[in-house]
Design a protein. Structure first.
Length: 436
């Protein structure tokens, strides 16, 4: 029976030529046979990841758990390769080329490379394997022009070897991974540029073909419509902006998903803070943004009109299962942007996130969106890095992304700086559904 290869079809139809192939590493000191990974060896690859976590080898103790969405995406959305000893046939490393979740584009320029190794692979070979995956990524027809890796900051020797291979640090995430024997550690996001001379955008038709194949009506029905969004128990809340406009914040109804999608996709089409391919279809929006997330509608009390929406989703970027990191997507209709709703929405958002147990907030903002960058600072998020070529903005082309991170621990202090400290004390006392 022919072996079944571990391959992802996310825009890619190219098969890496001439595999299996023998490669020499560390100036000829190490020889490995590189080939596509196969499904019959999945149990070995998963054991290698688990063993790396036990050793504290750049894998967090709870970074990849069985049946966790992050683990599923690693295996389901990656091109996977294995490195074996040509003499013994023993698998010494497994390497993943995965769509990068640190960008805001489906037509991806960026791939994340993951290397999981046995004890026989030193830091030099690890870094050279990561670099080789860059060559493979460039050979795929997805159009990758850069690869990135995450490395725990305490792993200085590995970090330096990656530097020698052309990786440079673009962001440092504080307290991002917990390593066995080390404890909670910072994590550096490193990027290596590939040749971008022939890079072109995939057509809208190509993107839609892939999205429709992965987010079928059957999958959406079984996953999204069976559960919908996560309700926030403390809602609804009614509060007033500094300008005197009153708004109600309530849980979104499942039939309002199309309205929220239109608000966000209209913003993307206008180049207003969203990438052109960030929200390609309604079903993608349902699965990637709404399923398992909390969605809040902001409603004008005077007119009953919807003024905007907030979506709170657990971040896939975190490397700790217990880190409780949230990503926030906010859209306001243009006619309400001078009403003070932005600040009030932020205040209510803090209350909602704290009630849901989130401790940190991770923000990804277009480098061209100066107003949003200023808002993140006003909202007490600290810039931790800039990711190159992370999204394609209508009218601007490829733009960088600004990463910011903030703590949600000091609810009263954060609300005070926004001028809504009374909401904190009132929120502690209110019954569910009462008004502020």
């Amino acid at each position: 029976m022919a072996k079944e290869y571990c391959r992802d079809s996310f825009f890619s139809t190219t098969h890496i030529a001439n595999l299996p192939k023998q490669f020499s590493f560390n100036k000829g000191k190490k020889t490995l046979m590189i080939d596509y990974a196969t499904t019959d060896q999945l149990h070995i690859y998963k054991k290698m990841i688990n063993d790396a976590a036990i050793r504290g080898d750049n894998v967090g103790v709870d970074e990849y758990n069985e049946n966790d969405i992050k683990t599923e995406l690693l295996f389901d959305m990656s091109e996977i390769f294995q490195a074996t000893d040509p003499n013994t046939g023993h698998i010494e490393a497994v390497m993943f080329i995965q769509h990068c979740f640190y960008q805001r584009a489906l037509d991806s320029r960026s791939a994340t490379v993951h290397v999981f190794r046995s004890n026989g692979i030193d830091n030099v070979v690890y870094a050279e394997l990561a670099s080789l995956m860059g060559d493979f990524a460039q050979a795929l027809d997805i159009g990758y022009t850069q690869i990135c890796v995450h490395v725990a900051f305490s792993m200085t020797d590995l970090y330096l070897e990656l530097r020698k291979q052309g990786f440079v640090t673009v962001a440092l995430f504080p307290e991002w991974v917990e390593l066995a024997g080390i404890g909670v550690d910072d994590s550096a996001l490193m990027v290596k540029q590939l040749d971008a001379s022939n890079r072109k955008l995939n057509s809208k038709e190509e993107i839609l073909k892939v999205i429709k194949s992965k987010f079928t009506p059957e999958i959406v029905q079984s996953t999204y419509f069976s559960s919908g969004c996560v309700p926030v128990p403390i809602l609804p809340i009614t509060a007033t902006t500094k300008q005197g406009f009153k708004f109600t914040f309530r849980n979104a109804r499942i039939e309002e998903d199309e309205m929220m999608y239109k608000m966000l996709s209209d913003a993307a089409n206008e180049g207003d803070g969203y990438a052109i391919d960030e929200l390609p279809t309604l079903n993608f929006f349902r699965m990637a943004y709404l399923a398992g997330s909390a969605a809040v509608i902001m409603e004008d009390v005077a007119t009953k009109a919807v003024a905007g929406a907030m979506i709170f989703l657990k971040s896939l970027q975190g490397r700790r299962a217990t880190s409780s990191i949230v990503g926030t997507s906010v859209i306001l209709k243009k006619e309400y942007r001078s009403s003070g709703l932005n600040n009030l929405g932020r205040a209510i958002g803090i209350i909602v996130l704290r009630s849901m147990g989130f401790k940190k907030e991770f923000s990804i903002t277009f480098s061209t969106n100066y107003a949003a960058i200023k808002a993140t600072k006003r909202f007490q998020l600290q810039t931790i890095g800039i990711f190159p070529n992370g999204a394609y903005q209508r009218g601007r082309g490829w733009v960088d992304l600004v990463y910011a991170l903030g703590s949600l621990e000091d609810e009263v202090g954060m609300l005070s700086k926004l001028g809504f400290e009374h909401l904190a004390s009132s929120n502690k006392k209110q019954a569910v559904g009462s008004k502020l």
